[in-house]
Design a protein around this ligand. Sequence first.
Ligand code: FES
Length: 138
Amino acid sequence: MSHDKEMFDELEGLALEQAQKMYSATVIDHFQNPRNYGELPDADCYTYMSGICGDTIGIYVGLTDGRIGRIGFVTNGCGPTIACSSALTCLANGLTVAEARSLSSAQLIAYLDGLPLENTHCADLAVNTLKGALAKIE
Ligand code: FES
């Protein structure tokens, strides 16, 4: 093992230790293992939105019999943005369009077992992006 690799592992360990003080295990899990990452080339609808911080989320939705059968996201955002987007795709998958349209930031934050106040706008951005994508469906 090289000195650089050891140093990187040490830094990563520190970052994780820091993150564990601020974020729930669910947030860290979705950040480290994002679900449904990627564009859907044959999506029925999609949209991109940017938040007040400049982060952008794209959400792609594929419908099967009026329900969300496939869903994907992309983002250039921070860890909490990745976690919010990933968790939202899990929450929305299988819902009807009407049910998915009524998802709220509070539901997403509860699903993530909480978010620090300074990151609640990441949840707002994810939810608004999904609503923006679904608004393109008649
Ligand atoms: Fe802005 Fe996450 S920091 S969306």
